[in-house]
Write a protein of this length. Structure first.
Ligand code: ASP
Length: 438
């Protein structure tokens, strides 16, 4: 059995965190592949190494000396190395890098990738594992997408040791240049490694005990979700906190490898398990997986009498939005009425044009815009075919005096979407959480 583990920036931020990582890795012999991020913040006032590297690059680009920032970066690594008593010659590598930087001989991608590179060098030494550089296995195609077969084959060839540490976030372009993923991309590297090696699980270690049932800025101390499917996760992350880089889903999903979000600071917590589907139900009394939402939507609502008997009215309305390049979130409708729900920001610039065009092309009996709408989504795969869930939702909101402005439920019954006034947003989330969390 093989588990691929990925440790995020907060897990790599200090020598103490390295110790926790080591304890976690060594406590399970299956944890033989370790993907690491660059050092993150030790505390609120600290800086992420990756941010400092971007800053360093910006300095040199504009001809400003980056010596001070560079020293901040190197001192973080020296601190960790020395506190752990590791014998890794960072001095020489840093000197070479600084020289190349001064000569403007380092690309931005290469420079920012060094955060992960040095993390991995130190962690490999600390664990006594083999260091496999990401440029030796993560292969990009010219269009910037990952060449999965080539990358998988390369990692299988490279990872010969008993244990392997590899840096996240970057790889190699066909022209030999270092290329990085977008921010947070070490999650993708971990997922690729898990897929390459057919791991039994991809463990993504971070600083929360999994994906939370609701936004902790709204609900105090929300529970972590024990099990979530990929489809639910997509619904939850569309409007909620992003725990994982979106690109991290595909490689493991393709190979049906479960993804487990874990907390380096609370390794005994089981975290959140993400899978295509769950054959058994660990918790049959839990109906709602999570509650999420976003504020600041607009509802463009049109009524046209007799619309239900006419062909093409809906298309005519929607094509106006399409012409303006507006992506539509929901289209709740009645017999002679249809509403289009979009983020206010996305239509602000062209709203009056859109309304004028709808007037002209669709000739509605009425056309209104409602602003300050929040969308709240109760997500749960187990809602399907289970009567009473929406009743419970509406009762809870009704009792709290929250007016529902819109209701939408997809045919897959994966979520119930409600529109409420912006001012009721937080309360709606709290009320739903209180009625469904256990
Ligand atoms: N270090 C990179 C970032 O801060 C990549 C990562 O941590 O996943 O975005």
């Amino acid at each position: 059995m093989l588990k691929v583990t990925k440790f995020g920036g907060s897990s790599m931020a200090s020598a103490e965190q390295y110790k926790k990582v080591r304890d976690i890795v060594l406590s399970d012999p299956a944890r033989r592949v370790v993907v690491v991020s660059a050092a993150g913040k030790k505390d609120k006032n600290d800086h992420k190494i990756t941010d400092l590297l971007y800053l360093c690059y910006a300095h040199t680009r504009y001809g400003v000396d980056c010596g001070q920032v560079f020293d901040m970066i190197t001192s973080r690594y020296f601190e960790i190395r020395d506190a752990l008593g590791l014998q890794v010659d960072l001095e020489t590598e840093f000197a070479v890098l600084k020289k190349r930087l001064d000569e403007k001989a380092v690309s931005q991608d290469e420079l920012v990738s060094r955060g992960e590179y040095f993390s991995a060098r130190l962690m490999a030494a600390y664990l006594g594992f083999q260091f496999v550089d990401a440029v030796d296995w993560v292969k990009f195609k010219m269009d910037g997408s990952v060449d999965q077969p080539a990358s998988y084959a390369a990692l299988r060839r490279q990872a010969r040791g008993e244990g392997v540490v590899t840096p996240g976030f970057y790889g190699l372009m066909p022209d030999g240049q270092v290329h990085t993923f977008s921010r947070g991309g070490s999650d993708i590297t971990g997922s690729l490694a898990a897929a390459a090696l057919n791991a039994s699980v991809y463990e993504n270690w971070t600083d929360v005990s999994g994906i939370l049932m609701a936004d902790p800025r709204i609900v105090e101390n929300p529970q972590a979700i024990p099990e979530v499917t990929y489809d639910e996760l997509r619904e939850l992350s569309y409007s909620g906190a992003q725990v994982l880089h979106e690109g991290a889903i595909f490689p493991v999903r393709e190979k049906n490898i479960p993804l487990n979000i874990r907390n380096t600071n609370a390794p005994e917590d089981p975290g959140t398990m993400i899978q295509e589907q769950f054959d058994t139900d660990a918790d049959p009394s839990r109906f709602i997986t999570g509650i999420t939402g976003k504020k600041d939507f607009s509802i463009v609502s049109m009524t046209k009498r007799g619309m239900s008997n006419q062909v093409g009215v809906l298309r005519a309305m929607l094509s106006v939005f399409e012409r303006h390049g507006i992506s539509i979130d929901y289209t709740p409708n009645g017999i002679d009425n249809v509403s289009v729900v979009v983020p206010t920001e996305s239509i602000a610039a062209c709203l009056y044009n859109i309304l004028a065009e709808i007037q002209q092309e669709v000739r509605p009996d009425s056309l209104d815009v409602h602003d300050q709408i929040a969308v709240v989504a109760a997500v749960g795969r187990k809602m399907a075919f289970r009567p009473g869930i929406s009743g419970k939702i509406f009762a809870a909101l009704g009792q709290a005096g929250i007016n529902i402005r819109m209701i939408n439920q997809g045919p897959d019954e994966l979520n119930i979407i409600l529109g409420v006034d912006n001012r009721d947003f937080s309360r709606a989330i709290q009320v739903l959480y209180d009625s469904f969390a256990k």
